[in-house]
Design a protein around this ligand. Structure first.
Ligand SMILES: [Zn+2]
Length: 477
């Protein structure tokens, strides 16, 4: 077996004898195949590859090699409060984020959340993550966010936002432009940039100025769209009529929109980022794959926030496939019909978790599939100690419904091994543990024990259990 010390950066690396999901245009699947990584690129995919002398080997027998997964929307700073809001609704989240705790986050707290989230991403085989960073109250906050992302050997996109100020204000600040030029001027494909803000539908369209900044900087805009009663069809209409809907636009959630809005998105070539665990439990609207499929709108997957949900795309794929099928059955039953053949397949959601993300981010020429010449962002799913890894009959189905993040054996990002034999390589988890601990202590102190407790345990509305006509009691004779 290859020792972790053999996996030095720059040394060629080959995965041997795995089931390879290339996710190329033909969705070619190869059994018993190899993937060769040379430098930061994939140099070959095929059976019994000849490799340069000194190539490190990773045995993929019994495992699945697939492209690194891509998350197009994650509020990484919120990972500092992992799981805290598990029982929230969107309303409770907004109170927390906009009115109470969001403001308390200092630059070091943004750093702490981002650091942990970034490490968590690569550990789960998510090799590219968009940090939808909407609490950058000062440039110091933004520097802290970017510092954390650059400290972790994953591919990231900083989507710059600030919910504590209006987008037409923060994007007009000279220090914002200065920050972008300073940290994103070099064409570094390990750290990309987007602007992140929402368009609630004010008829004056004050967001126009922020869109103009994005156009001027030539950066994409990502926006929460179709969030029930929060961002509506009006926002889509205004964006469209002012010419700001482009193929690089990412519409997060894109639920509860009208046919007209979906037509506008489809016509302008933008894509939707689905966070199905989020849409199902927070209330933005029903996860809209069934609508997006009808309109031919591109889909990528995302996890939204670990203040509520998991941050691995196995969960995203599973939830998304299940939600689409649940909707299909429910609608059929309402017509007194039975669904005999599912429309959405496991293969498609694996595509959304890989290629879909690459397309959404304009990175399709670099990542999202295992093809010679592309950057080497590679995941090996293999767990010899698990009863769930065999038999391996339907690899797409296995990825979606059987595998989970604990089965991620090896992760390579940009040709560098960042996880091997289920252990992170070259990442300082102890540091993340320490800084997140400090942030939690600080936030607890700011709010006090009562508010801390109440925030985590929202009141439960009363549920009346119906009188049951079949209830009876035995009587003794
Ligand atoms: Zn979000």
């Amino acid at each position: 077996m290859t020792a972790p010390s053999d996996l030095t950066p720059g040394r060629p690396l080959v995965f041997r004898n795995a089931t390879v999901l290339t996710m190329d245009d033909a969705h070619n699947v190869e059994d018993g195949a190899d993937v060769l990584v040379s430098g930061d690129r994939i140099s070959a995919v095929g059976k019994s590859l000849e490799v340069p002398e000194g190539t490190a080997e990773i045995d993929g027998t019994g495992g699945i090699v697939m492209p690194g997964m891509i998350d197009t929307h994650r509020h990484m700073w919120q990972t500092a409060m992992r799981g805290y809001g598990a029982d929230w609704t969107l309303t409770q989240y907004f109170v927390w984020n906009y009115l109470q705790w969001g403001k308390s986050f200092r630059p070091q707290d943004i750093y702490a959340g981002n650091l942990l989230s970034a490490i968590e991403a690569i550990d789960a085989g998510v090799t590219t993550t968009v940090d939808w960073s909407h609490n950058l109250q000062t440039i110091d906050h933004a520097e802290a966010a970017a510092d954390a992302l650059q400290e972790v050997p994953g591919r990231f996109v900083l989507a710059y936002g600030n919910i504590q100020a209006a987008p037409w204000e923060w994007s007009a600040a000279p220090e914002f432009r200065d920050f972008v030029a300073r940290r994103f001027g070099g064409g570094n494909d390990m750290l990309g940039f987007q602007m992140a803000f929402d368009v609630p539908g004010n008829p004056e369209f004050p967001e126009k100025a922020a869109f103009e900044v994005a156009r001027d900087l030539n950066v994409p805009v990502t926006t929460h769209a179709g969030v029930w009663k929060v961002t509506t069809d009006e926002g889509i209409r205004l964006m469209h009529e002012h010419g700001f809907m482009t193929p690089s636009s990412v519409y997060v959630h894109a639920a509860s929109l009208s046919e007209d809005s979906y037509h506008r998105i489809a016509a302008t070539g933008g894509s939707a980022s689905l966070s199905t665990e989020s849409e199902q439990s927070a209330g933005q609207g029903y996860p809209p794959t069934w609508k997006l499929r009808e309109h031919g709108i591109g889909v990528s997957l995302s996890m939204d926030t670990s203040v509520w949900w998991s941050a691995d795309l196995f969960s995203a794929m599973r939830a998304t496939l299940s939600a689409d099928r649940a909707r299909e059955h429910l609608e059929a039953h309402a017509r007194d019909e039975t669904v005999t053949h599912h429309k959405l397949r496991a293969e498609q959601v694996v595509d959304w978790a890989t290629r879909g993300g690459a397309r959404a981010l304009g990175l399709d020429s670099l990542t999202g599939s295992l093809e010679p010449g592309k950057k080497a962002d590679v995941v090996l799913i293999k767990n010899d100690a698990s009863p769930v890894m065999f038999p391996l009959l339907n690899p797409y189905g296995h990825v979606v419904f059987q595998a989970q993040r604990g089965d991620v054996h090896t992760v390579v990002v940009n040709g560098r091994v960042v996880k091997y034999d289920h252990r992170l390589v070259g990442t300082d988890l102890a540091k993340a543990r320490q800084v997140v601990g400090e942030t939690v202590e600080y936030l607890k102190g700011e709010l006090g024990p009562q508010a801390w407790h109440e925030g985590m345990h929202p009141e439960i509305p009363e549920t009346r259990v119906l009188d049951n006509p079949y209830t009876y009691t035995y009587t003794q004779e």
